[in-house]
Ligand binder design. Sequence first.
Ligand SMILES: [Zn+2]
Length: 290
Amino acid sequence: MVGVIPLALATLALLLAWVAPGLMARQRQFRRAPRASLVAWQAVTLGGVVAAVAVPLSALPLVLDPDEPMGRPWVLVPAVLASTAILARLLYAGHDVGTELRRVRQDHRQLVDIIAGHDGEHTQLRILEHPTPTAYCIPGRHSRVVLSQGVLDSLPPAELSAVLAHEQAHLRGRHDLLLEFFTVVHHAVPSRLRSAAALAEVRLLVEALADRAAVRRSGEVATARALMALAGSRTPAGDTGATLGVGTTAPVRLRLLADGPPHPALPAVAYLYAAGSATLPVALLVAAWL
Ligand SMILES: [Zn+2]
């Protein structure tokens, strides 16, 4: 039984960090349950980090036991080095990504506050004098919802209200923090092992989640029409994640709207999978110390 648990944790870390995201990005049916899917993505990501950091901690009882053949402290060195490297990369990426996001957002907000008009009633809302229909939000402490005059001129009230519900869902749900968390982990993973598909999937799920809020306020038809009206629009700084807009995901989201709500088993499976991914590393660590 020597070293079985540290080995299991190391394997689990690899599975959760590198194998699971690629597989999950291909399970398209879960897009119909965006909230449960996002919980699963968070649980898998956190589970991977916890499993990796837990490897040396789970080997500690073996090292401390004088009767164990592995009872020599040096066996811990590679595991401690690997865990420290993972934590250091996460902290570095967290600082890097966070600083850059906040800088781009602050610059963009200042620009919008200078060039856009605003509505006295809605202090968050900024109107850009531009004929192209555009709508996006700048998240953060001083958040803004930005609409172009083109949106106000071309969308009927129900569609406009769907657009506002979508942007407000991003801000209220702090979807920016969720995306920042995934972006940090994405950057902390060595570049050859990064899965761009995983990050794209999480971004799509966040958009699908905000679309749900739009459907609740304005119905499916108005939401779909609003999505079509904005499908060709570009969001400034959207590729950095500093602002959240419609982007290029509109066709997929239109299909999701047409598909309607998921089978009740789908979110249940996602939540169960999330619970397993988050608790298994902790359970293994506890077992190592018993
Ligand atoms: Zn959005």
